[in-house]
Design a protein around this ligand. Structure first.
Ligand code: NAP
Length: 250
């Protein structure tokens, strides 16, 4: 099996794409740490899932804006499970606001979670994986990492940064046996889209030639592939999983 017996960390693992990825990894025989905010559903989800599959499912409170918490996440996972073979750098928030009305605080919050958080988690993962001699890091980018969209200055800046940082990390880490890739989801039906009204959702659906929003499991499957040895020659990629959203644009 693809990742049977391996240990995986999923940031933002309590909800949406992260939670679907946790479940897919457990189904494939991995052990998984759900890393999410202290007040999230992560603890309850891990309690439900631990014992249902062969692998363990643990929760660790971790805010990706806090370097100490991120480093502790990796140290504790190694202490508990022995190693970390794959990481889904998935925690993220949305943000829609006309740029002329966007305050520093809101702009910097999106950048600190969606871009700096990815850096903190990737750095901690590289340190562990270099010691082990291998591993796979998958960063969650977006179609908005390669295309612009009105009123998403912070989000597009962060996701564009994630796409290009992924390339740099891939080049740097390849000689040490670590692969680094990104996934670029189209619009996926998760709580992240809850703020949008019906008309906006219908408009978004119309942008996907497949004619619907994506499902979290469809991103989880892409993560599983990139995390596993099936993707042993894939590094530095931004794998678009977008129902054709970008096909007419590139
Ligand atoms: P989601 O359901 O809201 O899940 C995101 C998770 O990240 C939540 O559990 C959230 O906790 C957690 N989180 C937020 N801030 C965090 C922090 N500082 N530290 C640790 N965890 C934090 O959203 P999703 O749609 O699954 O999003 C997952 C990733 O996919 C994000 O990077 C997002 O940008 C990306 N993405 C999503 C879409 C889409 O259409 N859904 C499209 C392209 C890319 P709380 O719920 O407590 O805030």
């Amino acid at each position: 099996m693809r990742i049977k017996g391996k240990n995986v960390i999923v940031t933002g693992g309590a909800s949406g794409i992260g939670l679907a990825s946790v479940e897919r990894c457990l189904q494939e025989g991995a052990s998984v740490v759900i890393a999410d905010l202290e007040g999230s559903d992560g603890k309850a989800r891990a309690a439900e899932l631990d014992g249902r599959y062969d692998g363990r499912c643990l929760f660790q409170a971790c805010d990706v804006t806090d370097t100490v918490q991120v480093d502790r996440l990796f140290a504790d996972t190694v202490a508990e499970l022995g190693s970390v073979e794959a990481v889904f750098n998935n925690a993220g928030i949305g943000g829609i606001c006309p740029t002329d009305e966007l305050g520093d605080e809101d702009y910097l919050k999106v950048i600190d979670i969606n871009l700096n958080g990815v850096f903190r988690v990737a750095r901690a993962a590289l340190r562990v994986m270099y010691r082990q001699g291998g591993g796979s890091i998958v960063n969650c980018a977006s179609i908005l990492g390669v295309f612009g969209q009105s009123q998403t200055a912070a989000y597009t800046a962060a996701k564009g940064g994630v796409v290009n940082m992924t390339r740099t990390l891939a080049i740097e880490a390849a000689p040490k046996g670590v692969r680094v890739n990104a996934i670029g989801p189209g619009y996926i039906d998760t709580p992240l889209l809850e703020a949008l009204d019906d008309e906006m959702l219908q408009g978004l659906i119309g942008l996907h030639p497949i004619g619907r929003l994506g499902r979290p499991e469809e991103i989880a499957n892409a993560f599983l592939f990139l995390a596993s040895d099936e993707a042993s020659f894939v590094t530095g990629a931004h794998l678009l999983v977008d129902g054709g959203f970008t096909a007419g644009k590139s």
